[in-house]
Design a protein around this ligand. Structure first.
Ligand SMILES: [Zn+2]
Length: 580
């Protein structure tokens, strides 16, 4: 498997701004020389997530997660190192190089360029192509203006087998890249290739930064093509169904609520009528990954279903998964009649759709009414069944305050005593509910000293050889010894010691954590030399004390010659202490 070249990783690290990247996910507040936020990796009420922009590191003092910008993206996007580097490379327009096998197609930038070329091809076919008139007529029928079509970049895939394929080859894209972009299909057991989208209206799917990552295609009413009414690009290195939403490129921060609909036109027509914040998942249900994505723009989110689908959705596990996220979710069911939001807009006007969304009940209320609505509450068994079903849902929530508020709501609705429901809740709460992350234990004095020393050496690497000499036996903390050894090697080889290169060379999580903690420390005093001496002396004293304690413990359990040997060693250790 090709690996991203170290040089490319460096390029990404020097181009990326940790502050900007973090701020694109969560809102940061200035605190001293850095920034603070509520941690995106654990639930908390007071911010313990810190960003140090000058050192390009972050650390959460609540759950202990910390590192550089690559680590942040890796955790945030639930991807691996290479995936995080690729996302950053794309954001900063850096072309990645690979080692251990050349592969242009692994390079996301190449895939973006293919999609740009394809996008221009489809646009041109809609505007000027011979077959484009049927697509233009269809758009007009749906009430989409020319301006809107342009804004969304709508296009047309001609009714040919290889129109796009020829265009991509003419533009010089490699065979590998064309194979991986998903826009061309290779027939099984042969080299024969043809365009995936033929004689279809084309919807470009863009990522948050506005780059086309995939396409959706709709059959035309007058068209000759067969196959699904809608088809999408398959998943590629730059397109994941669970992570992309149609319309996400048009979202703006501060939008009142994110509205999740089902089809392309349900995003396009509301936009044309001034309604903002509409997005649609593609070929999959709106899930927890999508929830994490939209949280960047708004905590409030409304799922819109048509009357039939709403009932079905209520019984699905999907909504439960969403209930567990920290989004403020509502569910809007369209009135009987119109099939989708686009129909509501065309038939009843944008105000009608706005009303449906504004009056959408909270998701729990929606689930509660669905569960209660199909039962006869005058019958004890049915009432108990409804209570049990809803308590089971409440029991999955992590936030105790939220759990209790919902219990009270349910009690009021069922005219029951909240205390009785609370008792039922305790029993239904699964034991396997993930626990809150434990706050990391306070660092030992030795680790604090090690942290302090590393912090010093990062700023004054010329002191590394002397520090190692002074602490020839090591610090007595394996990760610190390993970290300082790597620092010494890097400084010796290159005469430079920048933290990002250093980070890339470290293997263990303990070393990385120590480095992060050291970088998060306040600026050290200017004068290292006397401090280095006293610090080294302090570390040695601590080591010695720990060693002696260990020996005394062993002596108490030992006997015979073993005991004598330990006693001798203790005496030897005590000597220099007396001398000092
Ligand atoms: Zn945290």
């Amino acid at each position: 498997l090709p690996l991203i070249a170290q040089q490319s990783v460096q390029e990404v690290l020097s181009a990326a701004s940790l502050h900007d990247v973090v701020a694109s996910y969560i809102s940061l507040k200035r605190a001293g020389s850095g920034f603070k936020a509520l941690c995106p990796f654990h639930a908390e009420k007071t911010p313990s997530f810190n960003v140090n922009p000058s050192r390009q590191v972050f650390k959460c003092f609540g759950c202990g997660v910390g590192g550089d910008v690559i680590h942040f993206v890796k955790e945030m996007e639930k991807t691996d190192f290479a995936g995080a580097v690729a996302l950053l490379a794309e954001r900063y327009n850096i072309r990645l190089r690979y080692t251990g096998g050349s592969s242009d197609a692994e390079d996301p930038v190449e895939l973006y360029r293919i999609h740009e070329t394809a996008q221009a091809f489809f646009r041109r076919a809609l505007e000027q192509g011979r077959g484009g008139d049927a697509a233009r007529r269809y758009l007009k029928e749906r009430g989409v203006t020319h301006e809107t079509a342009e804004r969304f970049g709508l296009g047309y895939a001609p009714a040919e087998w290889d129109g796009l394929l020829k265009r991509l080859r003419a533009a010089g894209f490699s065979d590998g890249a064309i194979r991986r972009c998903g826009l061309v299909v290779t027939k099984e057991d042969s080299d024969h290739r043809y365009d995936r989208f033929r004689d279809r209206l084309i919807f470009p799917i863009r990522n948050t930064r506005g780059k086309v990552v995939a396409f959706g295609g709709r059959l035309l009413p007058e068209g000759q093509e067969s196959g699904g009414k809608y088809i999408n690009s398959p998943e590629t290195p730059i397109f994941r169904k669970s992570r992309h939403l149609y319309g996400q490129d048009l979202l703006e921060r501060g939008v009142e609520s994110i509205v999740v609909v089902e089809g392309y036109f349900d995003v396009i027509l509301p936009w044309q009528h001034g309604l903002r914040g509409f997005v649609a998942p593609m070929g999959t249900a709106f899930g927890p990954d999508h929830a994490r994505l939209v949280r960047r723009w708004s905590r409030r989110c409304t799922l819109v279903f048509d009357a039939d689908a709403a009932g079905q959705a209520a019984s699905e596990r999907g909504l439960d998964l969403l209930l567990e996220t920290d989004l403020d979710l509502s569910v809007a069911a369209l009135p009987e009649g119109p099939k989708d939001p686009a129909d509501v807009i065309v038939g009843r006007g944008p105000e009608a759709l706005r009303q449906v969304i504004a009056s959408a009940p909270e998701m729990f209320d929606f689930l509660m009414e669905r569960s209660i609505g199909r039962r006869d509450l005058s019958r004890t068994a049915e009432k108990a069944a409804a209570a049990g079903e809803l308590l089971e849902r409440i029991g999955r929530l992590e936030d105790p305050v939220r759990r209790d508020l919902l219990v009270q709501k349910l009690a009021a609705r069922l005219k029951m005593d909240p205390g009785a429901l609370r008792a039922g809740l305790k029993r239904s709460t699964p034991a396997a509910r993930p626990a809150r992350p434990e706050a990391p234990p306070p660092p030992s004095p030795l680790r604090k000293d090690a942290c302090y020393l590393v912090r010093h050496l990062l700023d004054q690497p010329e002191a590394i050889p002397r520090a190692r000499e002074r602490l020839a036996d090591g610090l007595g903390l394996p990760e610190a010894d390993r970290l300082i050894r790597v620092m010494a090697a890097l400084w010796g080889e290159t005469g430079r010691l920048d933290a990002t290169t250093l980070r890339a060379r470290l293997a263990g999580p303990e070393e990385l954590a120590l480095l992060t903690d050291a970088q998060m420390m306040p600026d050290p005093a200017i004068d290292l030399d006397p401090q280095l001496e006293s610090l080294a002396a302090q570390i040695q004293r601590r080591r010695l004390r720990e060693r002696k304690e260990d020996l005394r413990r062993r002596m108490r359990q030992a006997s015979g010659p073993e005991r004598e040997r330990i006693a001798l060693e203790l005496a030897r250790l005590a000597a220099p202490e007396r001398a000092s």
